[in-house]
Structure formats: C-alpha cells, structure tokens
Design a protein around this ligand. Structure first.
Ligand code: GTP
Ligand code: MG
Length: 563
C-alpha cells in the first residue's frame, strides 16, 4: 500500500496540497505531534532518492503572492522622547466697577483661569508610537486671563495622550516653575532672613500685573503688598511621584494625570486691605510644569515572527491577517516591523477558539520582524534593533523555510543568536547597575531649566538670566527596560514553504529535533538551561497557498493563556 502511495505520489502531490486543511476545532486542542502524525499519514513523503515533479505553481498574483509593489506601508516607532508642557495659569485682572453715578467703584478684577492638564491613557487598537513621536512638544492650553465684573478666566484645554497598551513612560527631566520658586525662596531665606527674603520676592516686577497703559514708574511708586507664596493646583496631588515611571500594561478605562495645569493669578480684589482700598495691581498666573518623557513599547505584539531573511514571514503574516505587508523574493524586503491582528471572534461576541480564561481573548497581534542574520547580536544586518523587537513579543514563532537546506540548523542558528543577545543584555544590565544611573533624582543640585538643554547624553549646566539665579540641569540617559530573557518565552516553529519538493524530510528532521528538546535529550538551543521547552509545536504550512495556517490561532491562544 505504502509502495503504491509512493509511486502515485508525483500525481497526487499537487492535489493533496491543494485540499483544505483537514483538522477540526476540537483537534486543534491536541498536541501538534498528534496533528502532525495525521498530516504525515495523509500525505506520504517522497523518499530521498525519488524525483518529485514540480509543485503546482501558485497564481502569480494573489493576496498571498503579491507583486513586490503591492503593499501598504506600516509606519512603526517603538520609542520616542516627547516634551509635555502643562498649561500656565492666566493672569489676574485689574478692574474697577464703573457705573452711572459711581465713578470710582470697588475693584472687581477676576482671577486668572488655571492651565490645562496633561493626561495619559493606554488604549487597545494602537500598535505604534509614531503619531506621538511626530509631536515632539505637546502643550496643554494656557488659562485665560481674568476679566472685569469679577469674571474668572476660562480653564486651559486639557491634553489626552493615548498610547498603545504595553507602553512604559519614564521621566528624563522636569522643570517645575513652582518648585523652582520655592527652592529659590528657601535659599534666599537661609541667606538673608525671612523678612528680607519675602520683601525681595514681592518686589519682582514680573510677578505683578498692572493695568494697561500703566507707566513703568507706577511699579516703583506703588507700595506693593506681600506676594502670595508660590501656589500648586490641588489637582497636583493626583500626579504620579517624581521621577515618573509608568508601566501601562493594561487598557485603562480612565486617563491618568501626568501634569496638572498651573493655577491662575489673583485679581485685584484679593489685595484690598485697610491700607490699600483700590489696588491697581493683580498677580500673574504660575508657569506650567515641563516634563521630558521617554515612551517605549515594552510589548510589541503577542507573537513575534522570527526567521532568516526570505523565510516567508511576511507571506505568513498576510495569510493570517489582513496585513498588506511587502513580500519579495529577495532578502530584507521587510525593514521595520509590521503588525497584524488575528481575529478569533465570530463577530457575535463569542470567541471561536475555546478558552479557559474568564474573559477570553477575541484577537491577538502578530509582528512580522525583519530577518535575522548570523552575528546579529554583534549588530550585523539589522542587528540589535531587530533583537530589541523580538524581546517585546510574548511568544516567538520561528519561521523556517522547509525549502532551504537544513531547517534544524536554521532553528539552532536563530536560537544561538538570541542566546548570545540574552547574555550580552545581562552583562549590560549588571554594568549599568554598577555605574549607578538606574536611580537618579531629576534635580541633583539646584534645579533645572529643561528647555535650554539640548544634549541628551551629557550633563549640562546652564546659566539662567532670571532672578532665580544660576541653575543646573542634569540629565542622564535612562537604563534599558528590564525585560525577561528571550529564551524564557514560549515558542513554536512554523515550518513554511511545505509545498516545495523535499520539504517533508526537512520537516521530519525538525519535528524529531524539537521532540528531543522537549523530552530533555537535547538542551534548549539558546544555551540557557532554564529556557522554555514545555510544549514545542511545529506546524507545517504553505503560507503562499494559505494551507495549514488555520491551526496556528488556536495553538497560539493556548500558549498565550498558559503563560
Ligand atoms: N513556495 C512558497 N513560497 C513562499 C511561501 N511563503 C513565502 N514564499 C516566497 O518566499 C519569498 C519571500 O517571502 P517573504 O514573505 O517576503 O519573506 P520574509 O521572511 O518576509 O523576507 P524578509 O522580509 O526579507 O525577511 C517570496 O517570494 C514569497 O513568495 C510558501 O509557503 N511557499
Ligand atoms: Mg518580510
């Protein structure tokens, strides 16, 4: 019987490969080894010496085999530094009641409005930080100035920054004018005594507002009262502790406050006293806080496709998702990650794949990552940038080309690169901890002026001409994010191009190799003896024909749940 099958094989081969994948949803929960035995049984492999007729050529242009120019660009950015500025407060108003028969009415200037605040929220449905990176500086609205007839100024507009789930936000630097003012006042008090310091603080021209058209001499001639101490908005109690470090790993139902808008200045009625009946001055609003924040994606996608260039990763992504990533028969067709979403929902709110979780997933994301080359850990090819993306996937799917010479060798080389990278990263992290710039205070000495500082890597000190004296701004690079070693991540192998001749032998070798790793006969290929080897699936597919790929979602969902 087997003999008959083998002799018939040249004719059966194209037919067998074109038929639909024969596994039911129930079977998908089985171990792939069983699934693969079925595959093996139904398609008998050609013997080594046997000539196999050329496989049926897939239609030259289809969604899965598109011409190289048929693609849409996925703009991707996983890291950016943005300066956010909370809104300054509006100024208080100098105004007096004027009515018929009341020539010199009482003061009725309104207070300035408070500035807009900056909020952040992690939301589903975003995959990249490129929109944020384009902004560079994000400013909340300034509070409007107070007006006559005791009208307070309008609040400034708030800003909501939406980021993908899995974003880490870290503070690079901050400049808080209120804190600066307090610091300056404290140092003045310690130098000259309280009374003298408060007199100097109150005589600062730029803190006061005079009516339009007032002569400069008016400032000198006016007996000014004590300036109110620097004020913070009550909302600032909700700000995260400095330096900011947020790990937004869950979708947020409500935004989180990053920087509260500054308070507005006092209108002139606030300064009525026994000695000053008609104050011709008001105060300015406080300045808004400036934060320089680094946004970094800790989680790129649920699954990362890892493979050598030209292995068929992009074609696989196209076959699993609606992605229109570029496919080409040359190496490095993909130069930056592409992310696609696999929907496992039948659009009636029930997931198609059975799940143990209370609120089962209805989708997961896959990242097609640029091809890896040997010595990538030494920054060859697309090098370290590429490995950084691998680090940010929850599960790794190794895409190996069954048409290439030795698929087992491919897997072990890929893991070797990843293992080397893991080791390098470990060394780097311990070095940084020794250097001691893991913890730092945004103000090491006497404070900072953020907007004057350009160089990101060097400490900078700058002279400030304002009356707050000379200020130093220290800025240090942030350490890399702490991520678990890649070798500890669950992984599976997707053996693609199964439609090519002699792919079967290659596949069987891969299957044996993986079952040896799983059973402990062989070490984890990364060299890390703690590497993940619980259940290593191997799935033969022909992505270009869309065959075998419907097994992948259920297996991936299982791995994601078991993590
Ligand atoms: N026969 C066959 N060819 C395939 C299959 N999958 C992909 N290819 C072909 O392999 C070539 C490379 O495919 P890509 O999907 O661009 O490979 P890649 O891994 O994304 O390549 P890089 O982006 O350079 O890393 C293309 O010519 C595809 O048509 C398959 O299942 N069978
Ligand atoms: Mg590609």
């Amino acid at each position: 019987m087997a003999q008959q099958q083998i002799t018939l094989l040249p004719f059966l081969y194209p037919f067998l490969l074109c038929r639909p994948w024969p596994y039911s949803a129930k079977q998908l929960a089985l171990k792939p080894a069983i699934v693969l035995r079925r595959w093996q049984g139904s398609i008998s492999s050609p013997s080594r010496n046997e000539a196999v007729s050329a496989p049926e050529v897939a239609p030259s242009t289809s969604r899965l085999n598109p011409p190289p120019w048929d693609y849409s660009r996925f703009i991707f950015q996983d890291k950016c530094t943005v300066t956010v500025v909370a809104g300054s407060g509006g100024h208080g108003c100098v105004s007096f009641l004027r009515e018929k028969y009341i020539e010199e009415g009482p003061a009725n200037g309104g207070d300035g409005g408070s500035g807009g605040s900056i909020y952040i929220q992690a939301v589903d449905g975003l995959a990249s930080l490129h929109k944020l990176a384009r902004r560079r500086v994000i400013r909340a609205g300034r509070g409007k100035n107070g007006q006559g007839k005791s009208q307070g100024g309008k609040r400034g507009d708030d800003i909501l920054i939406q980021v993908p789930v899995g974003t880490v936000v870290r503070e690079v630097g901050r400049f808080d004018p209120v804190e600066e003012d307090e610091r300056w006042l404290r140092s003045l008090m310690s130098e000259m005594g309280k009374q003298e310091a408060l007199n100097i603080a109150s005589s600062r021209r730029h803190r006061w507002v005079f009516p339009p058209g007032a002569q400069p001499s008016e400032f000198l001639q006016t007996a000014l009262p004590r300036l109110p101490p620097p004020r913070r908005p009550s909302l600032s109690a909700l700000e995260p502790e400095a330096p900011i470090h947020l790990d937004l790993s869950e979708p947020m139902s409500q935004p989180l406050l990053l920087a509260a808008g500054a308070v507005g200045g006092y209108g002139n009625p606030r300064f009525i006293s026994r000695s000053i009946g008609r104050p011709r001055f008001a105060t300015r609003g406080e300045g808004g806080m400036t934060l320089e924040l680094e946004f970094e994606l800790k989680l790129l996608a649920d699954v990362g496709l890892v493979g050598f260039p030209n292995a068929g990763k992009s074609t696989l992504l196209r076959s699993l998702t609606n992605s229109r990533t570029r496919v080409g028969a040359w190496e490095f067709t993909t130069l930056s990650p592409n992310i696609g979403t696999v929907v496992v929902d039948n659009l009636k709110g029930r997931p198609l794949v059975s799940s143990k979780e209370k609120t089962p997933r209805t989708h997961f994301t896959i990242a097609d990552i640029p091809g890896l080359v040997e010595d990538a850990h030494l920054d060859r090819g697309l090098g370290l940038g590429f490995l950084r993306h691998i680090e940010r996937a929850e599960i790794l799917a190794f895409v190996v080309d069954l048409g290439a010479e030795n698929a087992v060798q491919t897997i072990s080389s890929l893991w070797n690169e990843i293992g080397q990278y893991d080791r390098l990263r470990n060394m780097e992290t311990s070095l940084e901890e020794n250097l001691g710039y893991v913890t730092w205070s945004p103000f090491d000495n006497s404070g900072a002026r953020l907007h004057d500082c350009q160089d990101t890597n060097k400490e900078s000190s700058i002279a400030n001409s304002s009356d707050t004296g000379k200020m130093h701004y220290k800025r240090r690079p942030l350490p890399p994010l702490e991520l678990p070693p890649i070798s500890m991540k669950p992984w599976l192998v997707i053996a693609t191009k199964a439609d090519l001749p002699e792919s079967k032998e290659n596949f069987l070798a891969v299957r044996d190799y993986l079952s040896d790793i799983e059973s402990g006969v062989l070490d984890h290929p990364s060299g890390n003896h703690l590497g993940w080897k619980k259940r290593i699936y191997v799935i033969p597919v022909s992505a270009i024909r869309g065959e075998g790929i419907d097994v992948i979602p259920s297996l991936v969902m299982g791995l994601l749940e078991d993590r």
